[in-house]
Ligand binder design. Sequence first.
Ligand SMILES: [Zn+2]
Length: 1038
Amino acid sequence: MSQQGYVATPPYSQPQPGMGALSPPLRGHYGDPSHSAPPAGIMKPAGPLGPTAPVGALPPGPPNSGAHQFGQNGPNISGYPQQRFPGPPPVNNANSAAPPYPPPSHLPPASYPSPGSASAAAQLGHQLGAMQIHDYGPGMASGSPGILAPPLAASFQGPPQLAQPSILQPGPQMLAPLPSTHNGLGATPSLPPAGRQDGLPGSGPPAASFPSLPLPGQPPGPGYPPQQGANYGPPQMPGAQLTSPAGFPGGPAQMAGPMQPPKKLDPDSIPSPIQVIENDRSTRSGQVYTTNIRGQVPPLVTTDCVIQDQGNASPRYIRCTTYCFPSTSDMAKQSQLPLAAIIKPFATVPPHEVPLYLVNHGESGPVRCNRCKAYMCPFMQFIEGGRKYQCGFCSCVNDVPPFYFQHLDHIGRRLDHYERPELSLGSYEYVATLDYCRNNKPPHPPAYIFMIDVSYSNVKNGLVKLICEELKTVLESLPKEEQEETSAIRVGFVTYNKVLHFFNVKSNLAQPQMMVVTDVAEVFVPLLDGFLVNYQESKAVIHNLLDQIPEIFADSNENETVFAPVVQAGMEALKAADCPGKLYIFHSSLPTAEAPGKLKNRDDRKLINTDKEKTLFQPQTNIYEALTKDCVANGCCVNLFLFPNQYVDVASMGLVTLQTGGTLHKYNNFQKHLDSQTFLNDLRNDVQKITGFDAIMRVRTSTGFRATDFFGAIYMNNTTDVEMAGVDCDKAVTVEFKHDDKLNEDSGALIQCAVLYTTISGQRRLRIHNISLNCSSQLADLYKSCETDALINFFAKSAFTAVLTQPLKTVRDILVHQTAHMLACYRKNCASPSAVSQLILPDAMKVFPVYMNSLLKNCVLLSRPEISVDERASQRQLVMSMDVADTQIFFYPQLIPIHTMDVKSETLPAAIRCSEERLSEGGVFLLANGLQMFLWLGVSAPPELIQGIFNVPSFTHINTDVTSLPEVGSPYSQKLRLTMSNIQQKKPYSMKLTIVKQREQPEVVFRQFLVEDKGLYGGASYVDFLCCVHKEICRLLS
Ligand SMILES: [Zn+2]
């Protein structure tokens, strides 16, 4: 892989030295180098490009070459009616189709700025109530001279007068002033002590200084201590106007003057993610969300509601960082807001929502625009009495095929509008014709191959037996089409250590037969007939085999394993059977046996914090890249279950998993009695998942912008086709868009995502998702329509891609700078004039800083030798395929006070903020982040609660060496277990439960998840980060 340098582009309209834009340097580097030459042997079907696109003919080149080739950037036909598509009406045109619930609180109906609409302000005012600062929030600002926060902004400002001692009295939780101490966002040079004292600036060692933020004019005295949170703001200058930012030299640095001893900011006064989540729930939960309005911001991922497709894809399939795109690229650059969509094409739809309709045009196949190849959708405008239609994406006027003709009604809408899903819905499927199939032949149903590492340690710890036992039941639930009786998926079995064993399990055999392949340098498949079989037909032989495998290898002393030849063998078997499929590989050690892909132990922590740190995230040999390419070309999706006791080089072994759309599961130091349940749940879940195979995704856009970067469990062989050997219901691809022209505010920004894939029963289909966004020349509209959770998903994936090519410090710096820049742009262009010392956040991005800070503290971005390289590589990999809901809970875990739970009520207590301050000795708290779950027990937790949950008399009697709770039968136990299972149900990974007693050692692990606090391994507290960002904003504005 080539190492592209950091290509800094001036990120801002006024270039700042040392500030790089996040996007340009981070774009698509990973995997991109392979684009330079089309690999031999890759023969993909034409894909969503359709039959007109020659196989493999997409030339490498600048990202827009593909778009031009397909005419996406065709000229707009001027003078064409403004609202061209009959689908979702624009917001200002909503009539009877208005949503059945009030507009979201952050989209006030009044145009901006309108001092009257202050829902955000009121909300914030509530938050800030504790501060008792009269003019703290815009809602309370009526009597405050000189402080005019905008109605849409969350405004944080300092005390209005020089001294407000009644507000700033240090209380028990308040931070003492800390001269010269800088709590950096980067790594701290040494571990701060554990415990609540973490948050106290006086007790922890000074962190590394915040990168590249020298304040010109910063007074030499106390400097800028971020812990002095109360200082944003500083003493106000009455009447100061933002329009003369130069009037505030040094910004926040001034505020630490001797006249005002700095105090800690009350954590209750800064924006709370919990409050944002609860507010959205209270206004939108339980309602029906219809997708009929262009540019409508959906409910948060944390809000449960019923979604009804009325012309735009459900937010379950597509979420966007903003639902209003800037009309020009200059605006986009000015704001630095990423324009991205997070697409989860196979998202699970709850039972009470309508599944996708299947459209079948027979041999004619889907109707598509002649020029840009977009599929028929609600954005096509029928004209000339229904004989022609104009493409909403490229404006090309196409003939309506005769079989598809229909008359128009008085408003120009086809009479069959509501009878055809592709005319009235945002999402639907097409039956694909042979043109869309590999070699123009209908595909075979997929196959699953189970490949078990039978080396010494796996046999000894009982894992081999556990897997074999479980397979007997899990194979009963292979996925099948609803109308089918049995699954069409065939299965095969391989075991291996340093050689491979294939098994013939043909149904007419009395005994399974084993064939050994010792030549791992050029692995081949020794049998075709009898290797991949129908499970139901061969059940007896398969069960016989699964009983025998643990016996056959019971006395094996083989410690060494191979890995790449295993993947190769599985892929070759699928290729020989001419079908796509999944490999399930159960592997435990670094593959050190002599074979291709042999790995050496390179857990080299000396590289941490050097320019070479990025190599730890890259595979150590290029064999894995070649293997990945072959797997993708053959529709072979690799699921990897790792059971490491030491370093296994996840970065190398995981590559093929990540880029084939597979899932990585890692169980460190696997112990059967503790980890079996987690592993088996993952295995069952994975085998049963609905998956699309041999998939290729194409994202088309309307004129003026295009998809430029793709992040996910994907493979890119050119700049436009997103290849996924497999894509399951949990995998999301994040797509970034860039302008290449001006956008039309009337027609909006249209996006169509088409996924061509093979179903579990071997049908070739197209899944289409469409969404329409608004465009505006007003920056305020962008910020109003943002979605913080989607922004974080984008930033996480782009940063985790960047770590492959950039020094980590650079990546962290870019994130911080871009955060400050987005907020500064809002401040400068959208907020009402106010003192620069106020921190003003757009309402829709109110909690962006706390999430961003949590991302910065993630172990992937923290250069810390204490964290295993494998752990960082695996977390990086997991995040890359996450959807918005997954990244939300991953970066801001759910923390629920169990002791306040009402066992008689259906509802759960509201979650609380992830800070140690929120815990109490008398409480019991449940924390979940999507990968792990913790039950934290305070030392004074009520005995009746302990009895109810654990069936033991007291705290000291609780056994923490378990990973599940006993079934006690008490109401507490039932409710808690139900709660845990409800949280688990929505998540793709089985979360292992850890029971943590307050003040016992494992608490250290738990505390890492309290993301509002200062990080155990470095990383700022929320308050500190907010101060740092504020300082940076002031610098940008001055
Ligand atoms: Zn078109």
